[in-house]
Each structure stands twice: as C-alpha cells, then as structure tokens.
Design a protein around this ligand. Structure first.
Ligand code: AMP
Length: 329
C-alpha cells in the first residue's frame, strides 16, 4: 500500500465559519475567549474595511486559532519578530501573504538569544506602533506573548544546531542560536504555520532555521526575503535607533564595504584580498570589525576563492552598536 503523507492537511473537515474580529488591548488579562470590539483599519491599510486583526497573548489561544484556520482549509503564513517593526519586517508580511491565506506575526523579545552583556534590557519596544503597522499591513493575527509567557521557570529542553552556527554570529555570540532555534521551534509548534518568512538580513539565522526544520522534520516551508534598505543603502534594523546622527553616517560603511566588492565574474578571484578590501572600507568609516567573511551559502564555510552565489558577511561595531549585513555575490 502506498502511503502518502501530506503535511498540514486535515482529514476533510467541515468548513468552519471564521470567527469575527477579536482584539484585546495590550495588558488586558485573559478571561476566556476575547470579545469582539471595534477595529477600523487606518487610512492606507492594505486590507478591506471589514478586515479583522486579532491580538492574542496566550499560546493556547494561538493554537486554537491555527487549528480553526486549518479546519477552514487556510494556509498560515508566519513572520516571527522581536518587534519595533520597520519596513523590513513589513516586507516579510507582504511575502507571507503572497504564500498563504492568513498571516500571523509574533512579537517577542526572546531573552534566551541574548548574551549576558547584550542589549536585552534596552532592546527598543513600541507595542502600540507595532500593532498599528500590523493592522495597516493587513496582518490577521498578532501573537504577543507576555515576557514570562513563553518559558516555564524550570524549562530544561533547548534546541541546538551544531554545525552552521559554529562560525560568524554563532561564534561571536555564544548561545545565541540555541536561543533562536528554541524560540522558533516553540513558535512553530504554537502557530503551526505552513510557511514562515525570514529576512536575508540575518543570513546565518535563515540557514540555521532551515537546517533545524529539515533535521527535526517541521512540516514548514522556509522562505528567505531580501534585505530592505534605507535610501542610502544601510540595512534597516530595529537596533539602528541606538545610533547617534554621526554614528548613523559612519554605519553606512557596512553596506558600502559589501558594495565595494562589485560583481564576481567567472574568474574565481581569491577571497582574502576581497575580505581585506571590506576591512579597509570599515576602517575608513571608523567601524570596528567583529567579523568579515566570505562563505559558501549552504555550508557557511569560508571560501578561499569566490564564485557567484557565495555570501559576503560583516558584523561591525559602530560605537557600542553591533551591526550586521550581508550580500549574495
Ligand atoms: P528581528 O525583529 O530583528 O528579530 O527580525 C525579525 C525578522 O525580520 C527576521 O527574519 C529578520 O531577518 C527580518 N529583518 C530584519 N531586518 C530586516 C530588513 N532590513 N529587511 C528584511 N528583513 C529584515
């Protein structure tokens, strides 16, 4: 007998009418299923006037929502974020919408992916503006767990990717990808998406998540969306808010260094002079290198000679702010 396993397909469910809009204000306690209230999309909204956005704070509610969507035959697109949303995040929502029927965006500043001396406490947050942007962008459901709502105090199971995270940000931020994999695995289990969209801005993160999804058999398509940039080429990032006006000018050195490599011809040029060239640009802009690398896109291993499809990556400090960016050559 031939067994065909199709991911995420429920056995012929009766169609379930979609519940009407449920929106809970930030900080409101969970007292059973949320009540419908007013939610007019703002001018410029990408969804029709009767679009409803749900704000859910409890994982059980989210999973209930997800099951409802699947029973109704809908494909769920998912965009995990740490909030303080900008156009880069919104471009992921747009991509998710192309690939699915309903889109969930999560906002959670995940403590387990921050090192002890990193910026967890001061990481920028603006819940109200994030929710406004989500509504305007036509997000169907925002999952905004409480800070202590994701991990049991005695949590003792974590997800560790062991190869792709060895270099680059993984070696500079020990434990970072353990935190990322663990929270993304948890979010995948809660949201049950069919497709999840991540930004190329965090190239190593996408590679590590893809590997986790493959090795742990998550039935989820992982899509990588291009990096959104400011007009001058600087990669958008929530952390750019840390930069003073002068630092912001210097920070441009990161994207300039990547751009300085030009296009790679068929000649397999040596990688080291190209890395040196990037270092020189960083120095010109007064930036302190954390790493400068050219790697194979699949293995993330350093290459000695460069070919099209390799990836150049930079992490550099501008004052106290650590910036990352990359470019597929
Ligand atoms: P974060 O909130 O920084 O954790 O990012 C959430 C998601 O947005 C990740 O998949 C990031 O790679 C993605 N992202 C961040 N900045 C950008 C950008 N400038 N362009 C596209 N995606 C981005």
């Amino acid at each position: 007998m031939k067994i065909v396993i199709k991911h995420n397909q429920q056995p012929a469910p009766p169609p379930v009418p979609e519940k009407k809009f449920i929106f809970r204000k930030a900080g409101e306690a969970y007292n059973g299923p949320a009540k419908p209230t007013q939610n007019q999309p703002a001018a410029g909204s990408k969804k029709p006037a009767d679009h409803v956005m749900r704000l859910l704070r409890f994982s059980c509610e989210v999973t209930e929502w997800a099951r409802e969507q699947h029973r109704a035959g809908k494909r769920i697109g998912f965009v995990p974020t740490m909030g303080f949303l900008h156009a880069g995040h919104l471009s992921l929502v747009e991509e998710a919408r192309k690939q699915s029927d309903v889109v969930c965006l999560s906002i959670f500043v995940n403590p387990t992916q921050f090192g002890p001396n990193e910026d967890l406490e001061k990481y920028p947050r603006d819940e109200e503006n994030d929710l406004r942007l989500c509504r305007e962008e036509g997000v169907d459901m925002v999952f905004l767990p409480r800070p202590d709502g994701m991990y049991a105090p005695d949590a003792s199971v974590f997800v560790d990717e062991e190869k792709l995270q060895r270099g680059l940000c993984g070696s500079r931020r020990p434990g970072h990808f353990r935190g990322v994999c663990t929270v993304v695995a948890k979010l995948f289990n809660i949201v049950q998406p069919d497709v999840a969209v991540f930004g190329q801005k965090d190239f190593q993160q996408v590679a590590v998540i893809r590997r986790m999804v493959r090795d742990l058999n998550f039935p989820i398509d992982i899509v990588m969306a291009p990096t959104m940039r400011e007009a001058d080429g600087m990669a958008m990032s929530s952390r750019n808010v840390y930069l003073s006006p002068t630092e912001r000018e210097n920070a441009l050195g990161v994207s300039r260094a990547l751009k300085s490599l030009g296009s790679v011809g068929a000649g397999h040029p040596a990688a080291e002079p190209m890395r040196e060239q990037m270092r020189a640009v960083l120095e010109q802009y007064g930036l302190r290198e954390d790493y400068v690398a050219i790697v194979d896109a699949d293995t993330l291993e350093s290459v000695s000679h460069v070919e099209a499809g390799n990836v150049a990556l930079i992490a550099a400090y501008c004052g106290k702010t650590r910036l990352i960016d990359n470019r597929i050559l």
